[in-house]
Write a protein that binds this ligand. Structure first.
Ligand code: ADP
Ligand code: MG
Length: 459
C-alpha cells in the first residue's frame, strides 16, 4: 500500500486527500500516477470502481494555475451523468486550492447557461463529446491553452459513436499537450484511437484478479428466447433481491421488459439512451434511493453510473463480449458482500459462453429451474417512494430544509426519510411508503421556506 505522500503532489492536494480519508493509493493510482505526473501520455486500463477519476484528477490539478483564467484541462466522458460525477470529484479534490473553476459542458443541459459560465473562464471543462464540439464550433469554447486532455471511459465513448466527435475536438487542441486515456476494456478501436492521438503512450493495465471471487455466477440454459421472461419472474420471486440491475442488449428490449414487469406488479423502470435526459436522471435517482427495485438497462446507459454493490445483476441477454460481461457482473458483490449474477442463455450464446468460461478458468455453474421456489407469488416491493418537489437549489433549498420540515413540522422520524436529492430546479425525496401521502399533503398544503410549492409522488 503506497501513500499519496510518495508522489510529487502539492501540499494543498496532499492535505486535502488526508482530510477526505484517502490514505493509500489504489493499484491503478499507484501504477499510473508516477508516470502521469512526469507529463507522459498514458493509457490506463482498469475495471470500474478502481479509482481512475482520482488518478487523472490529481494529475490535472497538480499542474493547474488558477491565476490564469484559461481552460487548461478537458475531460471527455460518455454521458452527462458521468460528467457530473467527474466534475464533483474534481471539485472535491480541488477544495484547498482557491478559485479553481470546473465546468460541466454536457448535452441535455441548457447551452445558454453554459455559454454564460464560460464567459467567466473555466480552468477545467468536463463534458460529453457532442456538446463540447458544438461549443468549439460556435467559438464559445477555446482550447488554445489546453495542457491536458483526458478521455474517460474511452471504450464507452466509442461504443456510443463518438469517434468522429473526439477526432474533431482534438483538432482544436494544441499538439503539444498531455493526453490520458482511461478505459475498462481495450478493444481494437481504442488501440486505433490511442495510436492516432497519443504520443508514445505508456500502457498500464491493472488485472481484475479478485473481481469474480465474491460473485456467485449462475447461468440458466433455455431452449427458447420466449421462455426467458417466465424464468426471470421466477428468479426474482425466488431471490427477492432488494435491488436488481437487469441488462438487455437493445433499447427496445429494455422498454418492453420494464413494461411487462410493471404489468406484473414488479417495481421496474427502463434506462436507455433513447430516453429524455430528465427521464434518465429520474430513473437512476429512483433506483439509487431504493424507491424502485428493478432497473432494466442497456450497457451504454448503465455505464459509469455509480451504482455498485448491488445484491443482484441479471443478464436477460448475454453480453456480446466477455469484457462487457465481466463489467456488468462486477456491479454486484462489492465490499465483502457476496453478489449474485445470473445470466439467461440460449443455444445461440454458446460461443460467448465458452469465452466466459475460458476467462473464468473454471467451469460455469448451471442453475436448475426445478430447484427454484415457485411458491412465492409476490415480490418484495420497495419500502420507499419518491416525492417530487417543485423547488431546488435555485430557490436556495438545502437537504436540511426538507428534513427539518418533515421532522419538525410533520413530526416524522428521520428514519422514515431516505435520500434527499436537491437538483437545480427540483428536489426528490425518498420517503417510506407509509408516510408518503402525509408528506405529499404536508408540502402541497403548507409552505417550504415561506413559499408555496407543488409536490407529487412519482410512480
Ligand atoms: P473508476 O473511474 O475507476 O470507475 P472511481 O474513480 O469512480 O472509479 O472511484 C471509485 C470509488 O473509489 C470512488 O467512490 C472513490 O471515492 C473511491 N476511491 C478512489 N481512490 C481512492 C483511494 N485512494 N482510497 C479510497 N477510496 C478511493
Ligand atoms: Mg471512471
Amino acid at each position: 500500500m503506497q501513500p499519496f505522500s510518495s508522489l510529487a503532489l502539492t501540499g494543498a492536494l496532499l492535505n486535502n486527500l488526508a482530510s477526505l480519508g484517502y490514505e493509500s493509493m489504489t493499484p491503478i493510482q499507484a501504477e499510473s500516477l508516477p508516470i502521469i505526473l512526469t507529463g507522459k501520455d498514458v493509457i490506463a486500463q482498469a475495471k470500474t470502481g478502481s479509482g481512475k477519476t482520482v488518478a487523472f484528477g490529481l494529475a490535472l490539478l497538480n499542474r493547474l494555475d488558477p491565476n490564469i483564467y484559461t481552460t487548461q484541462a478537458l475531460v471527455l466522458c460518455p454521458t452527462r451523468e458521468l460528467a457530473e460525477q467527474v466534475s464533483q470529484v474534481l471539485r472535491q479534490l480541488a477544495r484547498l486550492i482557491p478559485n479553481v473553476k470546473v465546468l460541466n459542458l454536457s448535452g441535455g443541459l441548457p447551452m445558454r447557461a453554459q455559454t454564460d459560465s464560460l464567459k467567466h473562464g473555466a480552468h477545467i471543462i468536463v463534458g460529453t463529446p457532442g456538446r463540447v464540439f458544438k461549443m468549439l464550433e460556435n467559438k464559445t469554447l477555446n482550447l488554445k491553452n489546453l495542457q491536458r486532455l483526458v478521455l474517460d471511459e474511452a471504450d464507452r465513448m466509442l461504443d456510443m459513436g463518438f469517434y468522429d466527435a473526439i477526432n474533431d475536438i482534438i483538432s482544436f487542441c494544441p499538439i503539444d499537450r498531455q493526453t490520458l486515456l482511461f478505459s475498462a476494456t481495450y478493444p481494437a478501436e481504442i488501440k486505433k484511437l490511442a495510436q492516432q492521438f497519443l504520443k508514445d503512450p505508456k500502457r498500464i493495465i491493472v488485472e481484475e484478479k479478485a473481481l469474480t471471487l465474491d460473485i456467485e455466477q449462475v447461468f440458466y440454459a433455455l431452449d427458447n428466447q420466449k421462455n426467458k421472461y417466465a424464468l426471470l419472474k421466477t428468479l426474482l420471486l425466488h431471490h427477492q433481491p432488494e435491488s436488481t440491475l437487469i441488462f438487455c442488449n437493445t433499447k427496445e428490449q429494455t422498454v418492453q421488459l420494464a413494461k411487462m414487469l410493471a404489468h406484473d406488479k414488479f417495481s421496474a423502470i427502463a434506462l436507455n439512451g433513447d430516453m429524455e435526459q430528465a427521464d434518465r436522471d429520474v430513473a437512476v435517482l429512483r433506483f439509487k434511493n431504493k424507491s424502485c427495485s428493478i432497473l432494466v438497462a442497456t450497457d451504454v446507459a448503465a455505464r459509469g453510473l455509480d451504482i455498485e454493490a448491488l445484491p443482484a445483476v441479471i443478464n436477460f441477454d448475454l453480453a456480446y463480449e466477455c469484457d462487457v460481461h465481466t463489467h456488468r457482473i462486477g456491479r454486484t458483490g462489492r465490499a465483502g458482500n457476496k453478489g449474485l449474477a445470473i445470466s439467461l442463455t440460449t443455444q445461440s450464446d454458446s460461443e460467448r459462453l465458452t469465452a466466459i468460461e475460458t476467462a473464468l478458468m473454471q467451469p460455469l455453474t448451471w442453475g436448475e429451474v426445478s430447484a427454484l421456489d415457485k411458491s412465492k407469488q409476490a415480490v418484495m416491493l420497495p419500502t420507499m417512494q419518491t416525492l417530487y418537489l417543485s423547488a431546488g437549489k435555485k430557490d436556495k433549498i438545502r437537504p436540511g430544509d426538507i428534513l427539518g420540515s418533515l421532522t419538525k413540522e410533520l413530526g416524522l422520524s428521520a428514519e422514515s426519510i431516505g435520500k434527499i436529492d436537491v437538483g437545480p430546479l427540483y428536489t426528490y425525496v425518498a420517503i417510506q411508503c407509509k408516510h408518503a401521502t402525509a408528506a405529499l399533503n404536508h408540502f402541497n398544503h403548507g409552505k417550504l421556506k415561506g413559499r408555496k410549492i407543488n409536490a407529487r409522488l412519482l410512480k
